[in-house]
Design a protein around this ligand. Structure first.
Ligand code: ATP
Ligand code: MG
Ligand code: FE
Length: 346
């Protein structure tokens, strides 16, 4: 069947259409510009924007793929984690379509979506594979077997901030525009990555090998900026050095995890996988270690509906149990399985 995927966990309304691992079409709307003046996503604004966007974006995805609503054979939707008001809008839309068409509905974990995004470009994931998920709210090293069936093993997680959060917060301190990650990436192009010796948190011999910590790095960057009070801040050097520190820690730990667990493939996903230095350093280190590297194309790294449709397609083909129509959202769902069907509780 053709799977319609709906993503609305944050500020992107994304819709994708996937069949047998093939991306047939997708469309996206973002309320990012409406949040820019607040320096971060405002949940109420995001939820309202989804209300306006969800129908036109579904229409746009269908039109782009030359399909009609009646061609849809299953619906997948992000049920968590994310902003509750935002998640509710996508779930309501997805439920209506599944109910009206009489087709199965699947609740999907947003982070499983980020992982599945890569399959749309590079085909099925090898079993097992190592996954480094780096996004605005999460930073984890995962051992993934069969994404649709097997539990996902967490080797490590961030103990405080996510890598994307560090990019976003430091960008603000540096006076760069929102969203901060892409702004740091751009500024870093003309900077010297060795200009500022930022720390490499949790890389000591007695540290947890696969956990991460980025709040100290954020503080170090803020201190460095404060040290320039009254003088012009060399933003490009600061940005390049911060980006180097983050990319160094992420790729060092991810490649070490592959080598120590004898896993031949590293998949880097999530918004921060769009970062140019994360991509180039991962490539360099994977090549040196004889590990195959897979990173989705830029448009599939940040939030989108295609990745949710991709999970739905895997679940359908695995014969997974669909969600009941009273399935609920879970704004803080841990990543255990790709299917996320929380029961409604009142
Ligand atoms: P989560 O997936 O954890 O719920 P999210 O959905 O908000 O969080 P994503 O859409 O996956 O996160 O990614 C957004 C994050 O990616 C932001 O923190 C943004 O700054 C970061 N990001 C996007 N592009 C780049 C880039 N080129 N360099 C660094 N960071 C980037
Ligand atoms: Mg976003
Ligand atoms: Fe995301």
């Amino acid at each position: 069947p053709i799977v319609l995927g709906v993503e609305s966990s944050c500020d992107e309304t994304g819709v994708g259409l996937v069949q047998d691992g093939l991306l047939l079409g997708h469309a996206i709307a973002s309320s990012m510009d409406e949040h820019a003046r607040y320096g971060g996503v405002v949940p109420e604004i995001a939820a309202r924007a989804h209300v306006h966007a969800v129908r036109p974006v579904i229409r746009q995805a269908l039109d782009g793929a030359g399909l009609r609503l009646s061609d849809i054979g299953a619906v997948a939707v992000t049920t968590g984690p994310g902003l509750s008001g935002a998640l509710q809008v996508g779930l309501a839309g997805a439920k209506s379509i599944a109910y009206a068409l009489g087709v199965p509905l699947y609740g999907v974990h947003h982070l499983a979506g980020h992982v599945a995004a890569d399959t749309l470009e590079h085909g099925p994931l090898p079993d097992p594979c190592m996954v480094l998920i780096v996004s605005g709210g999460h930073t984890s090293l995962l051992l993934v077997r069969d994404l649709a069936r097997a539990p996902i093993v967490h080797l490590g997680d961030t103990l405080d901030d996510a890598a994307g959060e560090c990019f976003d917060k430091v960008a603000r301190v540096f006076g760069l525009p929102y969203p901060g990650g892409p702004a740091i990436d751009r500024a870093a192009r003309v900077g010297d990555p060795r200009a500022v010796p930022f720390p490499r948190p949790l890389t000591g011999p007695r540290d947890e090998p696969y956990d991460f910590s980025f709040s100290g790095l954020k503080t170090a960057a803020a201190r460095w900026a404060e040290g320039h009070a009254g003088r012009e801040l060399p933003v490009a050097d600061g940005a390049a050095s911060l980006q180097e520190a983050i990319a160094d820690v992420l790729t060092r730990k991810a490649v070490a995890a592959c080598v120590e667990h004898g896993v031949g493939t590293l998949v880097v996903v999530g918004g921060v996988a769009a970062n140019s230095r994360v991509r180039s350093l991962a490539e360099e280190r994977c090549r040196a270690a004889g590990v195959e590297l897979r990173v989705p194309p830029l448009r599939l790294c940040t939030d989108n509906g295609a990745m949710i449709a991709a999970v739905g397609d895997l679940l359908v083909r695995a014969g997974a149990e669909p969600a009941p129509l009273d399935v609920s959202i879970d704004p803080s769902a841990p990543l255990e399985y790709a299917a996320l069907h929380p029961v409604a509780t009142i």
